[in-house]
Design a protein around this ligand. Structure first.
Ligand SMILES: [Zn+2]
Length: 90
C-alpha cells in the first residue's frame, strides 16, 4: 500500500524506541505517531521487541553462571544505565 505518505524511517523509529532520539528529532516523530496508526503500530512492535530482547538477555545473565574462571572479564552490570545502547545493530 504505497500512498506516497512519508513515514518515519526505521532508524529514527529505533532511536525513538530506545529513547535515544534527540529532542529535535523527538518532536516530529511524536507528531507523526499521533496521526499515523501505521507508524504507531511499528513503534509498539519495536518496543515489544526491545522489551522481549531485554528480558531474554537479563534472564540469560542470571541463568548463565559461567563455570570458567573469568577473573578480569566480568560483564558490565546489566542494570547499569547505557548498557542497552551498545546493543542494536548499527
Ligand atoms: Zn507513518
Amino acid at each position: 500500500m504505497k500512498t506516497g505518505a512519508i513515514h518515519i524511517e526505521d532508524d529514527e523509529l529505533e532511536l525513538y524506541c530506545l529513547g535515544r532520539a534527540t529532542s529535535s528529532e523527538l518532536a516530529p516523530i511524536e507528531r507523526h505517531l499521533l496521526n499515523c496508526p501505521v507508524c504507531l503500530n511499528r513503534a509498539q512492535a519495536a518496543l515489544e521487541y526491545i522489551d522481549t530482547l531485554r528480558a531474554a538477555l537479563l534472564r540469560l545473565e542470571s541463568e548463565m553462571g559461567c563455570p570458567a574462571d573469568h577473573t578480569g572479564l566480568r560483564r558490565a552490570d546489566p542494570e547499569a544505565p547505557g548498557w542497552l545502547t551498545r546493543f542494536p545493530g548499527e
